[in-house]
Design a binder for this molecule. Structure first.
Ligand code: NAG
Ligand code: NAG
Ligand code: NAG
Ligand code: NAG
Length: 561
């Protein structure tokens, strides 16, 4: 008996120390994190393990077929169970992981409705041995808690092909994920002058105050990093700017339960998407990657998902790491297949422009463009920011660029190829030409009047643009549902094909960043799609017309008569 146990132990050790394959590694720790030494051997770690989906390629193919105008199954969005059939791991994968777990005394718990995530709790020493790694404790000056991470993680050979992510291991997402600038701009605004300028510049009517009718059409506002929207602020905002929308003055929150980002997002969705049911999903915690995962696994289990969701939070793609970014992006693919339009703001840092989410302005001077995530995921609709009228131009700190993790999806190759021809030769090495390019579209993002903590202030950034686009999509969905048609769902193939001319093309702007002069290497807006503004800003009436055209080619049965 004892000998048998010993032999099992020996064979496990032999297997793990011999057949290990490096799964993910990084050469250095992202800026801002400082190692405090190796993690204590007896500390307990909870690791989330993504089990490989049985047919993610099939789901991608299906999504493209569902979302491409002209396809026979155009907008025939899938049910929860249909999506699950692609996303759940195969029985071989489940049994490979179960054998590994039981051989090592681990008790996995399934933590996602699709069965593609499990969690295991084990001591640091065992995690170090099983995944051939060395966990360390890291601090970050802006984070109250320490985090346990590592620079490299390996998989035993029996898990290769069955496990996509072990989290947290090499993912270092920092604490500053809100995309709204932190500083307020105090208000000195002549509302009548604004109304007059909007009247002349936006004569085609960007939005319509017509009340909506469809109660199944939900818009979801997501919030991270302990942001909450303040109902008293929302009520004051509506009283000020949309007194025609019925709203309650009931407030159960304390004055501190307010976040600028969440207030901006809730006020511009509620204020534009007249009477569309709006839901607010707040996911707490400092670890952004885990929070994104929590939000997507929650939505995976919701039988009637929102028809559009907006997120104004993001991080440098590189800090999230490729395996986690790909897995989370696949979750947006799954939501898209269920008919959810996932809209994300692209910019992160007031200073960054194409240089992404740097803590220090000095780092922004490095001429390597930093893609941001989740905007770089090809299954979300990424939104940049514009400002001004006559001419409307890209805001100087809007992000944009090309992913290093996701190859360019087919829906955008033609549009992006034209833009690449306009790039000057001194751009060599600054960005990845073969990556998914973003944004897909843009919206005004400057001088948004909001109420926060009872005060009227001006906010700006792609943080303002994303909720505005989501609200416009919700208004269009309302008309579609009223006409008995399916909602827009995953937007990009529609935007890049039939709707590409339903946007005002923005051809002026240079996204070097807020504080950097125009001489800094950055993208320039161009005729057609560009990497600052996408196809430009939406023209409500034209997007509505393209959406209502509803191009589904019915399959005609040839019965030979
Ligand atoms: C907007 O334009 C219309 C037509 O030109 C005009 O009648 C109306 O007074 C204008 N409204 C504002 C707020 O300037
Ligand atoms: C994610 O959800 C789990 C429970 O499902 C919770 O324990 C954890 O704190 C959440 N983490 C974050 C970062 O939201
Ligand atoms: C560039 O993007 C491609 C496609 O996504 C990827 O395979 C490649 O690794 C990227 N290159 C770099 C240097 O990140
Ligand atoms: C960027 O745009 C903002 C808003 O218009 C402006 O205040 C700022 O001066 C601009 N920065 C540069 C370097 O032009």
């Amino acid at each position: 008996m004892a000998l048998c146990k010993l032999l099992t132990l020996l064979s496990t050790i032999a297997m793990t120390s011999a057949g290990m394959a490096v799964h993910e590694s990084r050469t250095s720790v992202p800026a801002g994190f400082v190692s405090q030494g190796v993690a204590p051997a007896n500390d307990m770690l909870t690791l989330r393990v993504a089990l490989t989906s049985n047919n993610i390629a099939g789901l991608e193919e299906k999504l493209m077929s569902l979302s491409t105008p002209g396809s026979p199954e155009f907008r025939q969005w899938l049910s929860l169970e249909e999506v699950k059939s692609f996303v759940q791991p195969s029985s071989e994968t489940v049994s490979a992981f179960s054998s590994f777990a039981s051989a090592n005394g681990l008790e996995p718990t399934v933590i996602s409705p699709n069965g593609d995530w499990v969690s295991i709790t084990l001591p640091v020493s065992q995690a170090n041995q099983l995944f051939d790694t060395q966990f360390e404790v890291f601090t970050h000056s802006d984070m109250s808690d320490t985090i346990t991470r590592t620079l490299s993680v390996s998989l035993p050979s029996e898990l290769v092909g069955h496990v996509d992510v072990i989290h947290p291991t090499t993912q270092f997402t920092g604490p500053n994920t809100r995309l709204a600038p932190n500083s307020f701009i105090s208000l000195d605004l002549d509302r009548r002058a604004v109304a007059a300028s909007c009247n002349t510049s936006l004569s085609s009517g960007v939005v319509t105050p017509t009340p909506t009718t469809e109660k199944t059409n939900t818009l979801l506002v997501t919030a991270y990093q302990n942001e909450f929207a303040q109902t008293a602020d929302l009520s004051e905002f509506l009283t000020l700017l949309r007194p025609d929308i019925p709203h309650s003055r009931l407030n159960t929150q304390g004055p501190l339960d307010a976040g600028v980002e969440a207030n901006l997002d809730i006020q511009y969705t509620t204020g534009i998407a007249t009477e569309v049911p709006i839901e607010f999903l707040a996911v707490g915690g400092e670890d952004f990657a885990t929070s994104l995962l929590n939000a997507t696994t929650f939505l995976d289990g919701v039988a009637t998902p929102p028809s559009v969701m907006t997120t104004s939070y993001g991080q440098n793609e590189a800090d999230v790491g490729s395996s986690m970014a790909i897995k989370i992006c696949n979750a947006y693919m799954a939501l898209g297949a269920r008919g959810v339009s996932a809209v994300f703001a692209i910019g992160r840092c007031q200073l960054g422009g194409v240089r992404g989410a740097h803590e220090a302005a000095s780092v922004c001077e490095v001429n390597t463009f930093m893609p941001g995530f989740p905007a770089s995921c090809p299954f979300v609709t990424a939104v940049g920011a514009t400002q001004g009228f006559g001419p409307e131009k890209a805001i100087n700190f809007t992000g944009g660029g090309f992913s290093n993790f996701f190859p360019a999806p087919s829906y955008q190759t033609a549009a992006v190829a034209s833009f690449l021809k306009t790039i000057p030769s001194n751009f060599a090495g600054t960005f990845n030409q073969s990556g998914r390019a973003y944004p897909d579209a843009s919206v005004q993002g400057w001088n948004f009047e909001i109420v926060s903590g009872g005060e009227v202030v001006l906010e700006g950034g792609t943080s303002a643009s994303s909720p505005t686009l989501a609200a416009i999509i919700a208004l269009i969905n309302d008309r579609l549902i009223a006409a008995g048609k399916p909602v827009l769902g995953f937007l990009n193939p529609f935007i890049y094909s039939t709707a590409s001319t339903a946007f005002t093309d923005i051809t002026i702007g240079h996204n070097a960043g807020y504080v950097f002069p125009a001489s800094f290497v950055a993208f320039d807006a161009a005729v057609g799609w560009d990497a600052l503004t996408g196809f430009g800003t939406p023209i409500f009436s034209e997007i509505l017309a393209a959406a209502m055209a509803y191009q589904r080619i019915r399959q005609h049965l040839n019965l030979g008569c």
